[in-house]
Design a protein. Sequence first.
Lengths: 167, 100
Amino acid sequence: MELVIFVITAIVAIIGAIAMLTSKNAVHSALFLLLNFGAIAVLYLLLQAPFLFAVQLIVYAGAIIVLFLFVVMLLGAERDEEDANPIRWQAPVAIAMAVLLIGEIIWVLVRQSQDSVTRVGSSNSDFGSPAQIAQALFTTHLLPFEVASFVLLTALIGVVVLHQRRN
Amino acid sequence: MLPTIFYIGLSGLLFVIGVCGVLLRRSTLMVFMSIELMLNSANLALVTFANQRQSLDAQIMVFFVITIAAAEVAVGLALLVMIFMRKQTTNIDTMTTLKG
């Protein structure tokens, strides 16, 4: 059962990613990216991460995709890519490097899978629940949590400064 | 629980698709989306390892990665809008100077 869900979700994720890469219209690309994010959220559920499932849907599928769509439509830049790439050799080299990278990943995975990958620790059904995440976030990882708030504040101020009118 | 290799393989594949997007597409918006895809694939790998080791630390790290990605997208898209107003294009090959 788990395998069936995984295979379907993985196929949806890969189709979403490839369609994002190949579609000419930036709005379509953003929507295919949304499909991919949704599929990855389902995989988070399979991996016992319900909190991250919710965060993925709210932050990525909600906020970030809406921001992308907003900017694409604001700029009217749906098809702003008609002219050919001035660097001719870039595309073949890029594809060759990508094939090399995927070959390397497959090689490492096949080599590693011969060692038995076993699960450390016992499985408890409570793992990854929002309560446990909150406990870890507000005790062990409190300092990074505070720092993250500063990062968000900096981004906020940065955006405001970028867009203020210069007199 | 499925073997970890399935999830890591999917994560690697999505990462490579993201790399292709960064290298092949000329629109800055598309490059941005591909970077988001790569961040997501890295997150998937982290969550997989969290589940395999039954340790919450990687899930906390994914939470922070999502936070930073949100901040990065906000600043990046603001920059993009500014550049578009200046140059009337999102083609990445026209952005060759730091000072507009």
